[in-house]
Design a protein around this ligand. Structure first.
Ligand SMILES: Cc1ncc(COP(=O)(O)O)c(C=O)c1O
Length: 405
């Protein structure tokens, strides 16, 4: 991988802030966009802006082709059967809300839903709402002391009442990669539906939805070089067929009378109203970009950064690191400096043009489990370098001096 050349594709990285080159370490929140993606979005607006699935004019035809092509590229990228299994939403959160709302119709009073304490709020709150609506019980798989999914606790809490299991493939704080391929058979043998939050895994590792054998599988384009406002819900065809739409309106309809309506074919049944056409086209371009570099190469590069980053951070005195000691884990490192609030750490780093994230990272139950109010987090992507990690470590030294740590 030629990182120098890759970085040239990202205009935002070639700017200076406070006379410093930008170090962007907040990729778990959102990633930067290459010029190719920016151009694809701009091309749509400049050259063939039109609505999709509506007009017979040539502009609408081209927009429709490109919009559907983005579904095809997504299907191929995660090894789905085809575009009927790929629903575009606005983000992973909407995908998980769709899952909880529509699959949730299968839940009755007394049923159980099983998630884990390491979930992002987007994979907690929709299930909480569903459990309240249906008078069902929401159970939580615990984590081990080294930040992994507690598989013994999982086996204990999975029972015949468990109708849905919804787990993250990778934690946005601990970096833990959960062995979902291993446990999906147990979930299926139990007769439960399996929903996966893949927001932090699809951008970083090769995905094969058939191997994970998930019924529904959610992720966001903006965390993988694509535009904001476009997300994906993959669903097995037979499951999506069984589910009712989440949102209703234009384009998701086959026939409407004054009394009732029937639904369009998959995936359009789940895409009500004018979609984010530019976002979808930009996402298609982002997938092309990742394919050109090679997702395996990206994964290997991030692994090297993670290893280097962990080694450097472990050498720092008075630092707490969170997450498993060893692989498998993704390119995320969360930490706290003793007696320094993570927001203060983020602020000093920001003065050095190093963008990180601090706070509870939309995972308050996990914060409670870790007994902290928040953590500082760095997260890598294909354009980051070891030199940037060295700059970051120097800035941490400076932060420690400022706060007398
Ligand atoms: C693990 C995880 N799930 C879900 C989400 C929600 O993604 P989005 O904000 O794109 O809906 C995030 C975002 O950070 C995440 O890290």
């Amino acid at each position: 991988m030629n990182i120098k050349k890759i970085r040239e594709d990202f205009p935002i990285l070639n700017q200076k802030f406070n006379n410093n080159e930008l170090v962007y370490f907040d990729n778990a929140a959102t990633t930067q966009k290459p010029q190719q993606v920016i151009d694809a979005v701009s091309d749509y607006y400049q050259k063939y802006n039109a609505n999709v699935h509506r007009g017979l004019n040539f502009l609408s035809q081209k927009a429709t082709d490109k919009y559907e092509e983005a579904h095809e590229k997504t299907a191929k990228f995660i090894n789905a059967e085809g575009i009927k299994e790929i629903v575009f939403t606005k983000n992973a959160s909407e995908s998980l809300n769709l899952a909880a709302y529509s699959l949730g119709e299968k839940i009755s009073s007394g049923d159980e839903i099983l998630i884990s304490v390491m979930e992002h709020h987007s994979n907690i709150v929709p299930w909480q709402m569903l459990a309240k609506r249906k008078k069902a019980k929401l159970n939580f798989v615990n984590i081990t002391s080294d930040g992994r999914l507690d598989l013994d606790d999982f086996e204990k809490k999975l029972n015949k009442k468990t109708k849905i299991v919804a787990l993250t493939k990778a934690s946005n704080i601990l970096g833990t990669i959960n062995p979902l391929e291993k446990i999906s058979k147990t979930v299926k043998d139990n007769g439960s539906y399996f929903v996966v939050d893949a927001a932090q895994s699809v951008p970083h590792t090769k995905t094969n939805v058939k191997k994970i054998d998930a019924d529904l599988f959610a992720f966001s384009a903006h965390k993988m070089l694509g535009p904001t406002g476009i997300g994906v819900l993959y669903g097995k065809e037979e499951i999506l067929k069984e589910m009712n739409p989440f949102l209703t309106g234009g384009d998701m309809i086959s026939k409407v009378s004054l009394k009732e309506a029937t639904w369009n074919k998959l995936p359009w049944k789940f895409e009500a109203g004018t979609p984010n056409i530019a976002g979808a086209i930009g996402f298609g371009e982002a997938i092309d970009y990742i394919n050109k570099i090679g997702i395996e190469n990206i994964e290997e590069h991030e692994k090297a950064l993670l290893e280097f980053g962990l080694k450097k951070l472990k050498e720092i005195d008075k630092i707490n690191l969170y997450g498993p000691e060893k692989e498998p884990r993704t390119g995320i490192i969360s930490f706290n400096l003793k007696n320094v609030h993570p927001h203060d750490v983020a602020q000093i780093l920001d003065e050095n043009a190093i963008a990180i994230r601090s706070g509870n990272h939309c995972a308050q139950p996990l914060m409670e489990k870790l007994k902290v109010d928040g953590v500082a987090r760095i997260s890598f992507y294909l354009y980051n370098t070891k030199e940037e990690i060295e700059k970051f470590v120097n800035a941490i030294d400076q932060t420690k001096k400022v706060f007398g740590v």
